[in-house]
Design a protein around this ligand. Structure first.
Ligand code: 3PG
Length: 333
């Protein structure tokens, strides 16, 4: 109980907020809803930030039933999620929700239109889990180069060409790490100015076709958007050099699975490793054996460090939003 400053969404332009101080009788409730829970250290840190601000923390972890999320979100003022789906139904069930923070980078799991229509601010925590994902890319490349850690002669990644598709927070670290390991790095990102590539000393391909045709390893870092969904398929894969490996720590939706299967049928040298199982993963495994591999559950951001970074950033962003109206990381502006 107490006097706190908090934002009230305006009725007309719901994503803009006005701030005032009001007497409220109940503590604001911050719900952490994570089907894939944060490490304990991260939850403890989130709790401290939330409680120090005078709010209450509610935890919904490892839920398997959507009904649990619908019930938990009912009286939540703020929501922290990971890849958890915030659908129109979830938004509809949330009577008091003012802000959703996706503790991570990709927010394709959040129905932005539904949130915006209800005046709910949506944020992500860019960069906070990037190193973890970038390190997994290295591990995946080595894993595939060494016959999935089974006996036999493998290859080294030193001296190979690494294509980085999209030069965001993860792509930049992957490029840097690749260079450090003696790989020849080529990047492609039409949204990044040439000066950035020059400053980082990375070679930029002038087209997506040039990137794929010159990559022994191709690491995907594009988000899943209307433009990118199913954009990586037959043509690009067929253009890759002999023995090339596609590494996906981005989203399964960006792959045209039918096109991939066709290319892999025609070329027995291509390989695919993914951190997000394809819808047709069982078929791919059966048809292509050790040329394909999927982790059991998305694990790119599954490090204690990334959980702490992203989880605490999410909690801090919520407090900063309620207290100061900071919307720096808002993605539905
Ligand atoms: C992200 O978009 O930040 C990553 O895909 C990590 O997702 P996760 O929080 O579900 O592990």
């Amino acid at each position: 109980m107490g006097i706190v400053a908090h934002p009230m969404p305006q009725k007309k332009d719901a994503t803009k907020t006005v701030f005032f101080t009001s007497l409220i009788t109940e503590k604001m409730k911050i719900l952490v809803a994570t089907e894939k829970p944060f490490a304990k250290k991260a939850v403890d840190g989130i709790r401290k930030i939330v409680e120090d601000a005078g709010y209450e923390l509610a935890l919904l972890e490892k839920y398997t039933d959507k009904a649990d999320l619908l019930a938990a979100v009912k009286d939540a003022d703020a929501l922290i999620i990971r890849s958890d789906k915030v659908t129109a139904e979830v938004v509809d069930a949330a009577d008091k929700l003012k802000i959703v923070v996706r503790a991570g980078a990709g927010y394709d799991n959040v129905d932005l239109a539904a949130c915006t229509a209800k005046g709910i601010v949506v944020m992500n925590t860019p960069g906070q889990n990037s190193n973890a994902v970038a390190e997994l890319v290295l591990g995946m490349m080595v894993f595939m180069a060494r016959n999935q850690f089974t006996p036999g002669t493998g290859t080294e990644i030193k001296g190979k060409r690494l294509g980085v598709h999209a030069y965001g927070n993860v792509g930049r670290i992957v490029a840097k790490n690749g260079k450090a390991l003696g790989m020849e790095v080529l990047v492609f990102d039409p949204y990044v100015p040439a000066e950035v590539f020059a400053a980082d000393g990375v070679k930029a391909a002038s087209s997506i076709e040039e990137l794929y045709a010159n990559s022994d390893y191709l690491s995907l870092h594009i988000p899943a958007t209307a433009e990118t969904k199913k954009s990586i398929g037959y043509k690009l894969l067929m253009s890759m050099p002999k023995g090339a490996t596609l590494v996906n720590t981005a989203r399964k939706e960006v792959i045209d699975e039918e096109g991939l299967a066709k290319a892999f049928t025609e070329r027995d040298d291509l390989k695919y490793i993914t951190d997000i199982a394809a819808d047709t993963q069982a078929e791919l495994n059966e048809k292509f054996g050790k040329r394909v591999f999927s982790t059991a559950k998305k694990m790119g951001a599954e490090t204690s460090e990334a959980n702490v970074n992203a989880g605490l950033a999410a909690a801090s962003q919520i407090v900063d939003f309620f207290v100061n109206g900071n919307t720096k990381f808002q993605v539905n502006k």
